[in-house]
Write a protein that binds this ligand. Sequence first.
Ligand code: MTE
Ligand code: MO
Length: 326
Amino acid sequence: MLIRRPDSIKPSQITPEHLFAQRRELLIAGLAAGLIPGTMAQAQRAADPESRQLAAASDGRFADLKRWPGSSTAEPTALEYVTQYNNYYEFGTDKGEPARNAHTLVTDPWSVTVEGEAENTGSFTLEDILRPHALEERIYRFRCVEAWSMVVPWVGFPLGDLLKRFAPTSRAKYVQFFTLNDPETMPGVRSRVLDWPYREGLTIAEAMHPLALLTVGVYGQALPNQNGAPLRLIVPWKYGYKSIKSIVRIRFMENEPETSWNMANAREYGFYSNVNPDVPHPRWSQASERPLGGGLFASRIPTLLFNGYAEEVASLYAGLDLVRNH
Ligand SMILES: Nc1nc2c(c(=O)[nH]1)N[C@H]1C(S)=C(S)[C@@H](COP(=O)(O)O)O[C@H]1N2
Ligand SMILES: [Mo]
């Protein structure tokens, strides 16, 4: 794959190490304040002891993370925004609610059911899922359909590397993902704002694309619950709602799967949902976006086709009408 920088940002603007260190202090402060529930013990058990990829409890950071060379060189969005300004409707529809409410989510033990058009189906523990994969840090641009954006250092591994282990059959043209749906621990699912469980889907070619990231951490730490612990998807060239959180079920399918926002409003939210500045949302323009953390008077920046990843992903859509297939 061609590695390119989506941003015309100079290497000198890469986050200096001390800023990362500062943010780490913030994260630790967040842990102490109970903002970020204790997912580390579970994450540590999830790692192959021999890979020693997860750090000792005293520190709690992932160790020996590879740094992905294709990372965005833009300044990462401050941790407070990434972990306290969230969309996770299972915990409420206000941006601050997931961080306040998601401590009830039980992420250990965790398992994922794999079904449909694949040879190796069944139930897999999170440990089974993670064991063979080397984790890496990838700094990706992230664009919500609501027209705010972030730059986030995720920790994960390519989704396709996992999917191959299930040996999808030749009939597997799509993959669908489901979030946990537990009224006991997820207060938001008692209201019918969406048809639960939250579900999303990709074509098999999209799912196998090396940019599609199965994600277990952010800023060098296990994912906070509000960001979709213990396992979520990140599809950086698509609107944020495709990046489904807290995955419990993966289904290989022959036909296009149901997806939550498309079920809620098909006119506004298509199956593809590729970031595209030229296809406005019926109620607002998608031509520009507001970077989070830029302050009240920060200027908007132009939105890029496929969120800046056109060089990598445009070939997936050769011959497809991007307006019709929005
Ligand atoms: N299960 C589930 N996954 C979800 C959502 C949700 O409400 N429930 N919101 C989506 C939306 S709209 C966005 S923008 C991103 C937000 O991810 P973040 O809170 O980690 O920034 O999660 C996506 N995944
Ligand atoms: Mo979103």
